[in-house]
Design a protein around this ligand. Structure first.
Ligand code: SAM
Length: 206
């Protein structure tokens, strides 16, 4: 892979500057289906608190705001450019204080312990520098009764079997950090199929 292609791909994990803005606009066009699928998988109840990690241009938050009546949606993303784009997309709900978006890193989530009913993330995990520390933080801010959701679209997978294999390895990594997998589902999607995984906290041996 040449240097320029590598640089472009890196912008999807750490969007910044002019190219980061371009990457955000591209994501807001091509990532709609997987984000909508994630939101359809969340069991939304009244008065719940949601956290999205790595919201990018803010598509999932936009869909979720239409489904929640009196819940509150929070989002963190490490990129200032993504915060700007997601804030524009969700402007009216932010003004109503139904959504709160901030620039923050998953390794240091700026909320107190046992705060969220649902935490979810779509294709951001692969960019986290220290996955064990990040999952510790997620465990800390997730309520004991809370649920952790991921959608994974592994772009390096060449066929459906490789998507299944990636999702299996991914699930094992999450389980190793004190979670129990309760659902895994797949959806055919272009250019690569997606996996949805749902977890709850475990308490034995932890
Ligand atoms: C490939 S984009 C996916 C965006 C969005 N979830 C979607 O599906 O359209 C990955 C996002 O994760 C964010 N991200 C990467 N590392 C992060 C970290 N350590 N903490 C918070 N966000 C992070 C990036 O800034 C980027 O917006």
């Amino acid at each position: 892979m040449n240097f320029f292609k590598k640089y472009l791909i890196s912008q999807f994990g750490n969007p910044h500057g002019i190219i980061g803005r371009w990457a955000g606009r591209k994501m807001s066009r091509i990532n709609v289906e997987r984000n909508e699928w994630l939101v359809n998988n969340l069991s939304v109840m009244n008065h719940q608190k949601f956290l999205e990690i790595g919201f990018g241009p803010g598509i999932a938050i936009h869909f979720l705001a239409k489904r929640t009546v009196n819940g509150k949606i929070f989002g963190i993303d490490a990129s200032k450019v993504m915060l700007e784009q997601a804030s524009r997309l969700n402007k009216s709900e932010i003004e109503l204080r139904r959504i709160e978006l901030i620039q923050a890193d998953v390794h240091k989530i700026p909320y107190h312990s046992d705060f969220f009913d649902h935490i979810y993330s779509v294709n951001s995990y692969e960019f986290w520098a220290n996955k064990i520390e990040a999952l510790k933080e997620i465990r800390r801010v997730l309520k004991d009764s809370g649920r952790l959701h991921f959608v994974l679209q592994p772009h390096s997978a060449k066929n459906f079997e490789e998507v299944v294999e990636s999702a299996k390895i991914f699930g094992e990594e999450i389980i190793a950090q004190g979670f129990k997998q309760i659902i895994i589902e797949y959806k055919k999607m272009a250019p690569v199929s997606c996996a949805y995984l749902k977890f709850e906290k475990t308490f034995e041996l932890y």
